[in-house]
Design a binder for this molecule. Structure first.
Ligand code: IPE
Ligand code: IPE
Ligand code: MG
Length: 245
């Protein structure tokens, strides 16, 4: 049973296995991404119901550009479809959409859809749904370093001052930081499809996250399996380097 007193504030998900799901059925990869989108819809809804504050999904990594043009443009078209179909319901459910990553490199239509979703839901106060798009953990840190270097160059911080470049300052300049989406570090990171790696997701932010791996391929991932993953998280002893007893 889920302990409703110990629901994580922020759950991040590596939605993996769309390709294998399609291949198993002799279907094109896009059929897997389509089915994956349906699964994602249900997880967003359940996250709201459970009172989770932040759900972050890894939708497209900085390394996914290595895939075929057809697959990449198919994934980006799905974003347009998703926003057209789901924005109304997301908005009614008080969900606030944010993007982690530089989405300006996506096709014009996808950029417009995303901006519509961001703008429409900006004032909502329920679940914050963070979509990691063209996101890479190393790129995230690289950008923060560049921003901080600029602060030093402009004389806004003194790099010789040991109090100037703090861990908090670095966090502030990440996509999850106060200058962008303002998301706390995830307590729980779930990865589906049996793969057990981070694949450049939230490297800095995952310092003390709990990892739960599910063998289920993402399109088959149900709200029940989601709750099972959260339950597994609830059984963990989080020590943060200290001692609990
Ligand atoms: C995850 O599914 C979705 C994206 C990376 C966009 P995959 O497409 O990676 O699925 P597999 O790993 O090939 O099964
Ligand atoms: C991670 O999955 C990225 C997303 C889910 C968007 P990948 O399928 O791209 O990761 P690897 O290649 O198996 O590490
Ligand atoms: Mg994969």
């Amino acid at each position: 049973m889920l302990n409703m007193e110990r629901i994580p504030r922020h759950v991040a998900v590596v939605m993996d296995g769309n390709g294998r799901w399609a291949t198993k059925r002799n279907l094109p990869k896009m059929a897997g991404h389509n089915a994956g989108m349906q699964a994602m819809k249900e997880i967003v809804k359940r996250s709201s119901t459970l009172g989770i504050e932040h759900l972050t999904v890894y939708a497209f990594s900085t390394e996914n550009w290595k895939r075929s043009v057809e697959e990449i443009s198919g994934i980006f078209s799905l974003i347009v479809v998703y926003v057209e179909k789901e924005l109304k319901e997301l908005h009614e459910n008080n969900v606030r959409v944010k993007v982690l990553g530089d989405y300006s490199m996506l096709p014009e239509k996808s950029v417009q859809s995303l901006e519509k979703a961001l703008k429409t839901t900006a004032g909502n106060t329920g679940l914050q749904f963070n979509i990691a798009l063209n996101y890479g953990g190393r790129d995230d840190i690289r950008r923060a370093v560049a921003d901080i270097a600029k602060l030093a160059k402009d004389g806004k911080i003194d790099p010789d001052d040991p109090e100037a470049i703090t861990e908090q300052l670095i966090s502030d300049y990440l996509w999850t930081g106060i200058h962008h989406a303002d998301v706390p570090d995830p307590e729980l990171i779930i990865r589906t499809s049996g793969e057990e790696r981070l694949s450049n997701f939230l490297l800095w932010q995952a310092a003390y996250s709990e990892f739960v791996f599910s063998d289920v391929l993402w399109p088959d991932f149900t709200p029940e399996e989601y709750e099972r993953c959260i339950e597994e998280y609830q059984g963990r002893d989080r020590r943060f380097g200290g001692r609990n007893k």
